[in-house]
Write a protein that binds this ligand. Structure first.
Ligand SMILES: [Mg+2]
Length: 295
């Protein structure tokens, strides 16, 4: 058996990149950190485009694909919006495939357009409604099939009370775009989707079905949209509990980079204790530049 520490090998990572047709990138901690491009990130990603399919897989539900592609452009990476596979997009695709037509949305309002383009109507909370005026029997729309919760800066007691009315109905599904506790804001870490999701768990006593990383629904979306087989994919990420676990659970391959949240000195102990073992580990994407050179 290969020891975990021996997975730290740029040759091993380069071999994976050579073999796989589809490269899925986590962005923060892989391509940039605090908005600053990491060494060789642009050179590496741009070297893939002639022969590989490249996607950027993010749980961020606040930023639009246009926002992400402009951020990529600022560090020298040319990408189109259809290369961005976000948790909101995956949520819309999966719900649509299940025949969902109408949802109650407690997430960033830009999700309305994602859902709409998948044929799903979204009702949003009325933030001015007095919670004591909510009539449990008449408030809910019987056509609503799911509550979709995710990161949003618009949240108040009334909006939670309105979502709760739906969650009290067992036939209404409880869907979370992701459960990231925080996300990097412009100048500080900010409360993420799990803030909203946990508030709803707290009052409803229900557990959501999660769509974003590490749940493997992203592969369903890639297959539906582009006919991509998960076995052809490698995910390059910095977090064991999301990026690498996504690959492990989804049946694809993974490369862990140590430029983000996973400490270089203890990654192997963390991976072993979590039971989430990447296929290769490198210091950063700078170590995989030159992947196409066959020695
Ligand atoms: Mg990351």
């Amino acid at each position: 058996m290969v020891s975990t520490e021996s997975l730290f090998s740029s040759d091993r990572a380069k071999e994976i990149i050579r073999k796989k047709k589809v490269i899925l990138f986590d962005c923060d901690g892989v391509l940039w950190r605090s908005g600053v491009g990491l060494p060789s990130a642009a050179e590496f990603v741009n070297s893939l485009s002639p022969t590989k399919k490249v996607f950027f897989v993010t749980n961020n539900s606040g930023g639009t694909p246009a926002h992400l592609t402009s951020k990529l452009a600022r560090i020298g990476i040319t990408a189109t919006e259809d290369q961005v596979i976000s948790a909101p997009l995956v949520t819309a695709k999966v719900l649509s495939a299940r025949g969902v037509k109408k949802v109650f949305l407690l997430a960033n309002t830009n999700m309305v357009s994602y859902l709409k383009s998948s044929g799903i109507e979204a009702i949003e909370a009325d933030f001015s409604m007095n919670p004591n005026d909510i009539d449990g029997d008449s408030f809910t729309d019987p056509a609503v099939q799911a509550v979709v919760a995710g990161a949003t800066q618009d949240l108040n007691y009334s909006s939670l009370a309105q979502a709760l009315q739906y969650l009290l109905k067992p036939e209404v599904a409880f869907i979370a775009t992701n459960r990231d506790p925080t996300f990097p804001g412009a100048h500080s870490m900010l409360p993420g989707a799990n803030t909203v999701v946990s508030a709803l768990i707290g009052c409803s006593g229900r557990q959501p079905e999660v769509m974003g990383k590490p749940e493997p629904f992203v592969y369903e979306a890639l297959e539906e949209m582009y006919g991509i087989d998960r076995k052809d994919c490698v995910i390059v990420g910095d977090r064991l509990s999301t990026d690498i676990e996504l690959a492990v659970r989804g049946g694809s391959t993974s490369i862990l980079v140590l430029t983000g949240v996973t400490p270089a000195e203890s990654w192997h102990e963390m991976a072993e204790s979590m039971g989430v073992i990447p296929d290769a580990v490198v210091g950063g994407v700078a170590d995989i530049v030159g992947w196409d050179v066959v020695e």
